[in-house]
Ligand binder design. Structure first.
Ligand SMILES: Cc1cc2nc3c(=O)[nH]c(=O)nc-3n(C[C@H](O)[C@H](O)[C@H](O)COP(=O)(O)OP(=O)(O)OC[C@H]3O[C@@H](n4cnc5c(N)ncnc54)[C@H](O)[C@@H]3O)c2cc1C
Length: 379
C-alpha cells in the first residue's frame, strides 16, 4: 500500500478542520499539510446561523473577502416564542456585534476548504480516514487507497468519534437531543431566524440563500421517533404557531435529515501528537448557536498546539489547550441550562427531564476536566 509522509494531517474538512489547515499553512508555511475529507460538501447540512462574532475569525483566517462575495443572507433579527406565547424580536441593529448570517452550509464549508487549498493545503476530498495507528513520533492513517504518516494529527471529524479508541480518548455524552430537519426551496423569507418552544421540544427556521429554508424540530430521541415519518412531522409542524406559516403551500421539500444534536465532549482535548477540534472536542446544543464559531476558534488553536507538538513543546501546549477547552465547556453549561429553564412552561417529558440531567452531568464533567488538567500539570 502506498505510504506518504507529511508534517500535519487534518482529518475532517468542516469549519474546524479547514480553520486548522489555514492556520497551519500561515503559521508554518514550510511544512506539508494534508486535509482529508470523507464527504464532498454537496449534501445539505444543518447549522446555518453564523453569529456576527465570526467576522473576526474569518478575517484572521484571511477568508473574509471570499466570504462576503458569497452573499449569504444577512440575519436581520431573531424572533423567539420561548418564555411565553408572545414572540420576542431582537433586531440585529441592537446587537453590539451587528448582523450575523444565514448560510448555505455546504457552500460555506466548500469555501473554507477551497481557501485552505489556495493557501497550500493538499486537500483530499472523498478520502475517509479508516484507522489511526501510533508510531514513534507519528501517526499512520489508513485510507481506502493508501496510508499517510503524519508528524501530528488534528482530529476534526465532527460528531463522528470512530477514531476515539485509536487516540485513546473516551466520549462523554452529557445530553441527548435529535434534530428532525427538512429543507425547502420556493420558500422566501425576510432574513429572520424564528425559534419556537413547543411541548415536544423546540423548533427553528431560517430563510437561506436562493429562496431556500430550513425547518427543524429538536427533541429527545425517545420522544421524537415518529417525526421520521412525514405525516407526523408535518402534523407537528402544523401545530406550531410561528414556524408553520413560514413554509408556503407551494414550497418544495428538497432534503430531510435526522441528526444527533445533544451535548458531548471527549475526555482528553489532546494526546500524544494529536489534538481534537470543533464538534469532536465539544459538541454543543444548537440552541446555543455557537457550533461554527467554536469550530473555527478551536481549529485555529488546535493548529498552534499541533505545531508546538512537533517543535517539542508538547506537554505545555496540551495542558493549556485542555484548560481552555474545559473553561469553554464550564461557561456553556449554566448558560444553556438558563435558556432551557426560561422555556419550561409545560409539564411534558422533554421539559421535565432536560434541565436537571444536563446540569448534574455537566457539573461532574467540569470537575473531572479540571482534575485532568491538574493531573497533567503535576506529572
Ligand atoms: C440541527 C443542527 C443545527 C445546528 N445549528 C447551528 C447553528 O445555527 N449555528 C452554529 O454555529 N452551529 C449549529 N450547529 C452545529 C454546527 O453545525 C457544528 O458545530 C459545526 O458543523 C462543527 O464543525 P466541525 O468542523 O467540528 O464538524 P463538521 O462540520 O461536522 O465537519 C466534520 C467533517 O469531518 C468529515 N469526516 C467525518 N469522519 C471522517 C473521517 N473518518 N475521515 C475524513 N473525514 C471525516 C465529515 O464529512 C465532515 O465534513 C447545528 C447542528 C445541528 C445538528
Amino acid at each position: 500500500m502506498p505510504s506518504e509522509q507529511v508534517d500535519f494531517a487534518v482529518i475532517g474538512g468542516g469549519p474546524a478542520g479547514a480553520a486548522a489547515a489555514l492556520t497551519l499553512r500561515r503559521h508554518a508555511p514550510q511544512k506539508r499539510v494534508v486535509l482529508l475529507e470523507a464527504g464532498r460538501h454537496e449534501k445539505p447540512k444543518p447549522g446555518e446561523i453564523l453569529p456576527a462574532v465570526a467576522q473576526g475569525l474569518l478575517r484572521q483566517l484571511d477568508v473574509w473577502t471570499p466570504f462576503t462575495a458569497e452573499a449569504f443572507v444577512r440575519s436581520r433579527a431573531v424572533v423567539s416564542a420561548w418564555g411565553d406565547e408572545a414572540p420576542d424580536e431582537r433586531h440585529s441593529m441592537f446587537s453590539a456585534q451587528g448582523a450575523g448570517w444565514q448560510l448555505d452550509r455546504a457552500r460555506f464549508d466548500r469555501l473554507l476548504v477551497q481557501s485552505a487549498r489556495a493557501a497550500g493545503t493538499e486537500v483530499r476530498i472523498g478520502s475517509a480516514v479508516r484507522s489511526a495507528v501510533r508510531e514513534d513520533r507519528a501517526w499512520r492513517l489508513g485510507l481506502a487507497d493508501g496510508e499517510i504518516v503524519a508528524g501530528a494529527v488534528i482530529w476534526a471529524t465532527g460528531r463522528n468519534w470512530r477514531l476515539a479508541r485509536s487516540f485513546g480518548a473516551k466520549l462523554r455524552v452529557h445530553s441527548h437531543l435529535v434534530a428532525y430537519t427538512r429543507f425547502f426551496d420556493r420558500a422566501p423569507g425576510d432574513c429572520r431566524m424564528v425559534v419556537e418552544a413547543r411541548p415536544e421540544g423546540w423548533w427553528y427556521s431560517a430563510d437561506l440563500p436562493d429562496q431556500c429554508r430550513v425547518v427543524s424540530c429538536l427533541t429527545d430521541p425517545d420522544l421524537g421517533g415518529e417525526l421520521r415519518q412525514s405525516k407526523h412531522w408535518y402534523r407537528a409542524l402544523a401545530a406550531t404557531r410561528f414556524i408553520a406559516p413560514l413554509v408556503p403551500p407551494d414550497a418544495r421539500e428538497t432534503a430531510r435529515l435526522v441528526k444527533a444534536a445533544g451535548t458531548a465532549t471527549v475526555d482528553q482535548a489532546a494526546g500524544e501528537r494529536w489534538v481534537a477540534a470543533g464538534d469532536t472536542l465539544f459538541t454543543a446544543d444548537p440552541l446555543s448557536s455557537r457550533g461554527i464559531v467554536h469550530a473555527l476558534r478551536s481549529g485555529i488553536l488546535a493548529a498552534y498546539v499541533a505545531s508546538d507538538m512537533i517543535d517539542g513543546r508538547d506537554e505545555l501546549a496540551r495542558r493549556r489547550y485542555a484548560m481552555i477547552a474545559a473553561q469553554g465547556f464550564a461557561d456553556y453549561v449554566p448558560a444553556l441550562a438558563a435558556r432551557y429553564a426560561a422555556a419550561a412552561r409545560w409539564d411534558t417529558a422533554f421539559w421535565n427531564r432536560r434541565r436537571p440531567q444536563l446540569e448534574s452531568r455537566a457539573a461532574n464533567h467540569a470537575v473531572s476536566s479540571t482534575s485532568y488538567v491538574q493531573d497533567r500539570s503535576q506529572a
